[in-house]
Design a protein around this ligand. Structure first.
Ligand SMILES: C[S@@+](CC[C@H](N)C(=O)[O-])C[C@H]1O[C@@H](n2cnc3c(N)ncnc32)[C@H](O)[C@@H]1O
Length: 209
Protein backbone atom coordinates (compact mmCIF):
# COMPACT_ATOMS: atom_id res chain seq x y z
CA UNK A 1 0.00 0.00 0.00
CA UNK A 2 1.39 3.41 -0.96
CA UNK A 3 2.02 5.81 1.93
CA UNK A 4 2.00 8.94 -0.22
CA UNK A 5 -0.89 9.40 -2.63
CA UNK A 6 0.09 12.89 -3.51
CA UNK A 7 1.45 12.24 -7.00
CA UNK A 8 -0.10 11.76 -10.42
CA UNK A 9 0.69 8.06 -10.70
CA UNK A 10 -1.22 7.13 -7.50
CA UNK A 11 -4.23 4.90 -7.89
CA UNK A 12 -6.26 7.25 -5.67
CA UNK A 13 -4.56 10.70 -5.55
CA UNK A 14 -5.50 12.69 -2.44
CA UNK A 15 -4.98 16.24 -3.76
CA UNK A 16 -8.04 18.46 -3.24
CA UNK A 17 -10.39 18.08 -6.16
CA UNK A 18 -10.40 20.99 -8.61
CA UNK A 19 -11.60 20.62 -12.19
CA UNK A 20 -9.86 22.50 -15.01
CA UNK A 21 -10.67 22.86 -18.69
CA UNK A 22 -7.94 23.02 -21.32
CA UNK A 23 -8.46 23.85 -24.98
CA UNK A 24 -5.71 22.87 -27.35
CA UNK A 25 -5.29 22.76 -31.11
CA UNK A 26 -3.56 19.52 -32.11
CA UNK A 27 -2.89 18.45 -35.69
CA UNK A 28 -5.15 21.33 -36.77
CA UNK A 29 -8.16 20.27 -34.72
CA UNK A 30 -9.40 21.92 -31.54
CA UNK A 31 -9.87 19.67 -28.50
CA UNK A 32 -11.33 20.43 -25.09
CA UNK A 33 -9.92 18.45 -22.16
CA UNK A 34 -11.37 18.33 -18.68
CA UNK A 35 -8.66 17.69 -16.14
CA UNK A 36 -8.54 17.38 -12.39
CA UNK A 37 -5.94 17.97 -9.69
CA UNK A 38 -3.92 14.84 -8.99
CA UNK A 39 -3.70 13.96 -12.70
CA UNK A 40 -0.50 14.45 -14.74
CA UNK A 41 -0.14 18.00 -16.07
CA UNK A 42 -3.70 18.96 -15.09
CA UNK A 43 -3.22 22.70 -15.64
CA UNK A 44 -1.94 22.59 -19.20
CA UNK A 45 -1.11 20.05 -21.88
CA UNK A 46 2.42 18.82 -21.18
CA UNK A 47 4.95 20.03 -23.76
CA UNK A 48 6.25 16.47 -24.25
CA UNK A 49 2.70 15.27 -24.92
CA UNK A 50 2.18 18.06 -27.43
CA UNK A 51 5.44 17.34 -29.28
CA UNK A 52 4.52 13.65 -29.28
CA UNK A 53 0.97 14.15 -30.60
CA UNK A 54 2.14 16.48 -33.35
CA UNK A 55 4.83 14.05 -34.52
CA UNK A 56 3.59 10.53 -33.80
CA UNK A 57 2.88 8.33 -36.79
CA UNK A 58 -0.86 7.51 -36.96
CA UNK A 59 -2.03 4.69 -39.23
CA UNK A 60 -5.26 5.71 -40.93
CA UNK A 61 -6.49 2.21 -41.83
CA UNK A 62 -8.48 0.19 -39.33
CA UNK A 63 -6.04 -0.75 -36.56
CA UNK A 64 -5.97 -1.58 -32.86
CA UNK A 65 -4.12 1.11 -30.94
CA UNK A 66 -3.21 1.61 -27.29
CA UNK A 67 -2.52 4.77 -25.29
CA UNK A 68 -0.61 3.33 -22.32
CA UNK A 69 -0.67 5.60 -19.23
CA UNK A 70 -3.30 7.77 -20.86
CA UNK A 71 -3.68 10.46 -18.16
CA UNK A 72 -6.72 12.51 -19.18
CA UNK A 73 -6.71 10.85 -22.59
CA UNK A 74 -5.20 13.39 -25.00
CA UNK A 75 -3.04 10.94 -27.00
CA UNK A 76 -5.72 8.26 -27.39
CA UNK A 77 -8.42 10.80 -28.24
CA UNK A 78 -6.29 12.31 -31.00
CA UNK A 79 -5.53 8.78 -32.28
CA UNK A 80 -9.24 8.03 -32.49
CA UNK A 81 -10.08 11.35 -34.14
CA UNK A 82 -7.34 10.98 -36.75
CA UNK A 83 -7.87 7.26 -37.35
CA UNK A 84 -11.66 6.88 -37.17
CA UNK A 85 -11.70 3.25 -38.34
CA UNK A 86 -9.39 2.13 -35.54
CA UNK A 87 -10.21 0.73 -32.12
CA UNK A 88 -8.40 2.67 -29.43
CA UNK A 89 -7.65 1.41 -25.92
CA UNK A 90 -6.66 3.78 -23.12
CA UNK A 91 -5.22 2.52 -19.83
CA UNK A 92 -4.19 4.32 -16.66
CA UNK A 93 -3.69 3.37 -13.03
CA UNK A 94 -4.96 6.70 -11.69
CA UNK A 95 -8.73 6.62 -11.11
CA UNK A 96 -9.07 10.39 -11.53
CA UNK A 97 -7.28 10.16 -14.88
CA UNK A 98 -9.75 7.49 -15.96
CA UNK A 99 -12.68 9.70 -14.93
CA UNK A 100 -11.24 12.58 -17.01
CA UNK A 101 -10.64 10.28 -19.99
CA UNK A 102 -14.29 9.16 -19.98
CA UNK A 103 -15.42 12.80 -19.85
CA UNK A 104 -13.01 13.80 -22.61
CA UNK A 105 -14.10 11.00 -24.93
CA UNK A 106 -17.68 12.19 -24.41
CA UNK A 107 -16.67 15.80 -25.11
CA UNK A 108 -14.47 15.22 -28.15
CA UNK A 109 -15.55 11.98 -29.80
CA UNK A 110 -19.31 11.72 -29.39
CA UNK A 111 -19.84 9.51 -32.43
CA UNK A 112 -16.91 7.21 -31.82
CA UNK A 113 -17.55 5.95 -28.35
CA UNK A 114 -18.03 2.34 -29.46
CA UNK A 115 -14.48 2.09 -30.78
CA UNK A 116 -12.96 3.45 -27.56
CA UNK A 117 -12.11 1.21 -24.59
CA UNK A 118 -11.06 2.82 -21.34
CA UNK A 119 -9.46 0.52 -18.78
CA UNK A 120 -8.20 1.18 -15.29
CA UNK A 121 -5.20 -0.64 -13.83
CA UNK A 122 -1.50 -1.39 -13.86
CA UNK A 123 -0.16 -1.24 -17.45
CA UNK A 124 -1.10 -4.49 -19.27
CA UNK A 125 -2.93 -6.07 -16.30
CA UNK A 126 -6.39 -4.86 -17.38
CA UNK A 127 -5.89 -6.79 -20.66
CA UNK A 128 -5.41 -10.12 -18.88
CA UNK A 129 -7.59 -12.81 -20.49
CA UNK A 130 -8.47 -10.51 -23.41
CA UNK A 131 -5.92 -12.03 -25.80
CA UNK A 132 -5.34 -8.64 -27.41
CA UNK A 133 -2.42 -7.39 -29.46
CA UNK A 134 -1.89 -3.93 -30.91
CA UNK A 135 -0.76 -2.38 -34.17
CA UNK A 136 0.46 0.63 -32.26
CA UNK A 137 1.28 1.33 -28.62
CA UNK A 138 1.74 5.00 -27.76
CA UNK A 139 3.21 6.37 -24.55
CA UNK A 140 4.44 9.42 -22.71
CA UNK A 141 6.00 7.35 -19.91
CA UNK A 142 6.00 8.33 -16.24
CA UNK A 143 9.65 8.96 -15.45
CA UNK A 144 9.27 10.77 -12.14
CA UNK A 145 10.17 7.55 -10.31
CA UNK A 146 13.16 7.07 -12.65
CA UNK A 147 13.74 5.16 -15.86
CA UNK A 148 13.94 1.65 -14.38
CA UNK A 149 10.22 0.91 -14.50
CA UNK A 150 9.97 2.12 -18.10
CA UNK A 151 12.94 0.02 -19.23
CA UNK A 152 11.36 -3.02 -17.56
CA UNK A 153 8.04 -2.29 -19.24
CA UNK A 154 9.78 -2.06 -22.61
CA UNK A 155 10.69 -5.76 -22.33
CA UNK A 156 6.96 -6.59 -22.23
CA UNK A 157 5.99 -4.47 -25.24
CA UNK A 158 6.88 -6.95 -28.06
CA UNK A 159 4.49 -9.49 -26.50
CA UNK A 160 1.61 -7.06 -27.09
CA UNK A 161 2.43 -6.03 -30.66
CA UNK A 162 1.02 -7.53 -33.85
CA UNK A 163 3.42 -8.24 -36.72
CA UNK A 164 4.47 -4.84 -38.11
CA UNK A 165 3.10 -3.14 -35.01
CA UNK A 166 5.15 -0.37 -33.45
CA UNK A 167 5.81 1.22 -30.08
CA UNK A 168 6.04 5.01 -30.09
CA UNK A 169 7.07 7.07 -27.09
CA UNK A 170 8.44 10.46 -26.09
CA UNK A 171 11.28 11.23 -23.69
CA UNK A 172 12.83 14.48 -22.61
CA UNK A 173 16.48 14.64 -23.63
CA UNK A 174 17.36 15.67 -20.06
CA UNK A 175 15.51 12.62 -18.67
CA UNK A 176 17.87 10.34 -20.57
CA UNK A 177 16.56 9.96 -24.11
CA UNK A 178 20.01 8.98 -25.35
CA UNK A 179 20.38 6.44 -22.53
CA UNK A 180 17.05 4.84 -23.53
CA UNK A 181 18.17 4.72 -27.16
CA UNK A 182 21.40 2.93 -26.20
CA UNK A 183 19.49 0.57 -23.88
CA UNK A 184 17.11 -0.32 -26.72
CA UNK A 185 19.91 -1.01 -29.19
CA UNK A 186 21.80 -3.15 -26.66
CA UNK A 187 18.68 -5.06 -25.57
CA UNK A 188 17.06 -5.54 -28.98
CA UNK A 189 19.97 -5.57 -31.46
CA UNK A 190 17.76 -7.01 -34.23
CA UNK A 191 14.89 -4.53 -33.85
CA UNK A 192 14.38 -1.17 -35.55
CA UNK A 193 14.32 2.08 -33.67
CA UNK A 194 14.02 5.51 -35.25
CA UNK A 195 13.75 9.02 -33.92
CA UNK A 196 10.69 10.64 -35.49
CA UNK A 197 11.64 14.07 -34.20
CA UNK A 198 13.75 16.04 -31.76
CA UNK A 199 11.93 19.18 -30.71
CA UNK A 200 11.89 21.54 -27.72
CA UNK A 201 14.15 19.16 -25.77
CA UNK A 202 11.97 16.09 -26.45
CA UNK A 203 12.76 13.06 -28.58
CA UNK A 204 9.95 11.03 -30.20
CA UNK A 205 10.81 7.38 -30.89
CA UNK A 206 9.21 4.66 -33.03
CA UNK A 207 10.46 1.12 -32.58
CA UNK A 208 9.84 -2.62 -33.07
CA UNK A 209 8.48 -2.00 -36.59
C1 LIG B 1 3.82 11.20 -17.94
S1 LIG B 1 2.13 10.79 -17.64
C2 LIG B 1 1.42 10.90 -19.26
C3 LIG B 1 -0.07 11.03 -19.24
C4 LIG B 1 -0.70 11.27 -20.62
N1 LIG B 1 -0.40 10.20 -21.54
C5 LIG B 1 -0.21 12.59 -21.16
O1 LIG B 1 0.69 12.56 -22.03
O2 LIG B 1 -0.68 13.64 -20.69
C6 LIG B 1 2.19 9.04 -17.36
C7 LIG B 1 0.87 8.40 -17.00
O3 LIG B 1 1.13 7.02 -16.68
C8 LIG B 1 0.27 6.64 -15.62
N2 LIG B 1 0.87 5.49 -14.94
C9 LIG B 1 1.92 5.47 -14.07
N3 LIG B 1 2.16 4.22 -13.65
C10 LIG B 1 1.24 3.43 -14.26
C11 LIG B 1 0.97 2.04 -14.23
N4 LIG B 1 1.69 1.21 -13.46
N5 LIG B 1 -0.05 1.55 -14.97
C12 LIG B 1 -0.80 2.39 -15.76
N6 LIG B 1 -0.59 3.72 -15.82
C13 LIG B 1 0.41 4.24 -15.09
C14 LIG B 1 0.19 7.88 -14.74
O4 LIG B 1 -0.95 7.84 -13.90
C15 LIG B 1 0.15 8.99 -15.79
O5 LIG B 1 -1.16 9.32 -16.14
Amino acid sequence: MEKNNNHYYSKFPDANVKIHTISESLRRHLYIFKTITGVFSFNKLDLGTKVFIENMYIPIESKVLLDLGCGYGSIGIVLSYESPQSSVYLIDINKRAIWCTRENVRLNLQKRKKSIHILSGNYFKPLKNKNLKFDGIFMNPPLRQGRKEFLKLMLEIPGYLNTNGSFQFVIKKKMGADYVLKYFKDTFPDENIEILCKRSGYWVFKCFH
